[in-house]
Design a protein around this ligand. Structure first.
Ligand code: F6R
Length: 605
């Protein structure tokens, strides 16, 4: 989604802003722009290269703001791109989020004589600041007055011609960080945009306003009360977000799966005790002992991870669990009992729908924990406790390694909750030992990727696909279909294999293939019957099965994965589906890492 960068210091802001914008490209955008104090504003539609091409050599200065825009209000165009400004070009603003009352404000300002030149909700911010400057307020006070007028979600950075040695930022519902270095400040909506310059970061909270510039920095609230935000040190490296020689981030991130699992379980397995240690929930461990039900919330892939997590928790811990889409949770009546645990699953930790579900759950008195990958993100900070995935930064828009780490964390959490209840030592030991063996099994799957590629090349021309599975692999069928849809633009549906005959099987023809997950588990025989139903209707089939299982009577397109405990099988079975989607996308010549219309971090509801 939209990205914000800013710089104020002693160096030329232009390369710093462009570099920061480039590192936010992966979030998805359709236009970009920069404003540099003293030299003005430049914007363009399309990629950052288009913007850079428009910047003349003499365009430089020591303070500025920049933005990548993912259109919400108004088409992608130069006049809708940010920075937005008032008519006189005195105030410039970049904004992530949505100003909900912008229509009312623009109507009032229009009556007062303002003329708007864009279709964006953002432009009212610049006009309001200018109005308060005209009323005689200084830059800071004008921004504070403007913030009192707007409603909605925002991360904003504002620059004013009258005050070239200051930038002002504010956050409400959309992430924003300040990077600090000697005599210079960096601003970004995502810390990865600052890593080249500094590792010392201040994470702003909702309601924070900050002034940065030659006089240092100050963080305060709308009531003008100073707040003390500590400086956090980022310990992950920029190198980890480079492609490492792979053609795409997505392939690199799939190939990282064994390391990701090792990182997710490092120091957490207690093999002899058949249990796990999760530092982030240690403080609430006694509360967890008495919870009566669990509600898992997430969106997209995180929701599918939640569906697997539900089965793990019910099977290992016997706690009734439901899974809700973040976007549905707060708009329906959700039953939150006094001892309900709400688990929010989110790679970015910034997904607005999931975040609002957490806030709603807290309002209703639930205990909340986060399964979050991005350290210091809003969901990580707002939940009562949490378990970090430790998957490292995920750059490709389609989630792969983060999804795998979510499943691993669910397996750890379910084992922990189970051992607090009826799960036996032996059963606990078996799960923990199997978790420890996952990286080696995944390496075996990854080493067969050329076989998966070959199948993908033969199937990438189809326009439709079913993915079917049962029990633990039903959510994986849905995740496999989501992966294929989002990066290869092939229409795909994930179905419970037993459901096909209740309607969807009508679609099966020789032009409508199916990917069937038929592992040697408790539902193998049932799966094979369902595949036979497809076979009888001449639908092409790819079968994913366990090593040593003969399915040649059904198809010659077979993907094999190692045997594993049924509960953990999704952690293996999703990998060939990620690779399959990847190779289909490459075969179709698409932009794998930045699929159309999608954003990495979805910070609007
Ligand atoms: C799919 C994908 C999305 C995200 C969803 C939630 O590949 O990446 O479906 O899973 O937008 O995002 P997070 O996990 O950041 O809350």
């Amino acid at each position: 989604m939209c990205g914000i960068v800013g710089y104020i210091g002693k160096n030329n802001a232009v390369p710093i802003l462009l570099d920061g914008l480039r590192s936010l490209e992966y979030r998805g955008y359709d236009s970009a722009g920069v404003y540099v104090q003293g030299v003005g504003c430049i914007k363009s539609v399309g990629v950052i290269d288009n913007l850079e091409a428009k910047i003349p050599n003499e365009y430089n200065g020591v303070a500025g703001i920049g933005h990548t825009r993912w259109a919400t209000h108004g088409e992608p165009s130069e006049h809708n791109a940010h920075p937005q400004s008032d008519e006189s070009g005195r105030v410039f603003v970049v904004h992530n989020g949505i100003i909900e009352n912008y229509r009312e404000i623009s109507q009032l300002l229009t009556e007062e004589g303002h003329t708007f030149s864009s279709e964006t909700d953002t432009e009212v911010i610049a006009h309001l600041v200018e109005k308060f400057l005209n009323d005689g307020k200084n830059f800071k006070d004008a921004v504070v007055e403007m913030l009192k007028c707007i409603k909605g979600a925002y991360g904003i950075a504002v620059a004013c011609k009258d005050k070239p040695d200051e930038l002002i930022v504010a956050r409400m519902g959309s992430p924003l960080v300040i990077g600090l270095s000697l005599d210079e400040y960096f601003i970004a909506s995502d810390p990865s945009a600052l890593l080249r310059h500094t590792r010392d970061i201040i994470y702003l909270n909702d309601g924070d306003i900050a002034v940065v510039g030659s006089a240092g920095h100050r963080v305060f609230t709308l009531k003008e009360e100073n707040v003390d935000r500590k400086i956090s040190r980022i310990d992950w490296d920029f190198e980890t977000v480079k492609k490492d020689g792979y053609a795409h981030f997505m392939l690199k991130e799939i190939m990282e799966a064994p390391t990701v699992i090792e990182n997710s379980m490092r120091g957490r397995l207690l093999v002899e005790q058949g249990s796990v240690k999760l530092g982030g929930i240690q403080d609430i461990s006694e509360d967890l002992r008495s919870i009566k039900n669990v509600v898992i919330v997430g969106c997209g892939s995180a929701y599918y991870a939640g569906l697997v997590g539900r089965m793990m928790i019910e099977e290992l811990a016997g706690i009734p669990t439901v899974v809700e889409l973040g976007s549905e949770f707060r708009y329906k009546k959700s039953v939150i009992e006094p001892r309900t645990l709400v688990i929010a699953v989110s790679q970015s930790g910034e997904t607005a729908d999931t975040l609002e579900a957490v806030r709603e759950a807290k309002r209703k008195g639930a205990l909340t924990i986060g399964i979050v990958n991005t350290i210091g993100s809003t969901i990580a900070r707002e939940t009562n406790a949490g378990v970090y995935n430790h998957a490292g930064p995920e750059v490709s828009v389609a989630s792969t390694k983060a999804f795998i780490s979510q499943l691993v964390v669910f397996a750890l959490l379910a084992t922990f909750l189970g051992r607090q209840r009826d799960l036996s030592l032996m059963a606990g030991k078996q799960i923990v030992t199997e978790i420890a063996n996952l990286p080696e099994k995944i390496m075996r799957i990854l080493s067969s990727r050329e076989d998966i590629k070959e199948i993908a090349l033969r199937f990438s021309h189809y326009q439709n696909f079913f993915f079917i599975g049962r029990k633990y692999n039903y959510p994986i069928a849905m995740e496999g279909s989501l992966k294929l849809k989002e990066i290869s633009y092939i229409h795909a549906e994930g179905c419970g294999a037993g459901e096909l005959k209740h309607g969807s099987i009508a679609l099966i023809t020789p032009d409508f293939p199916t990917m069937a997950i038929c592992l040697q588990d408790s539902v193998y025989e049932k799966m094979i019957s369902n595949v036979q139903e497809i076979n009888a209707r001449k639908g092409p089939i790819v079968i994913m099965t366990s090593e040593d299982t003969d399915v040649s009577f059904l198809t010659s397109d077979v993907i094999r994965i190692p045997h594993v405990h049924e509960i953990l099988s999704p952690i293996l079975s999703v990998i060939p589906l990620q690779l399959f989607a990847y190779y289909c996308s490459v075969a179709r010549g698409l932009d794998v890492d930045r699929p159309r219309n999608l954003a990495k971090s979805v910070t609007v509801e």
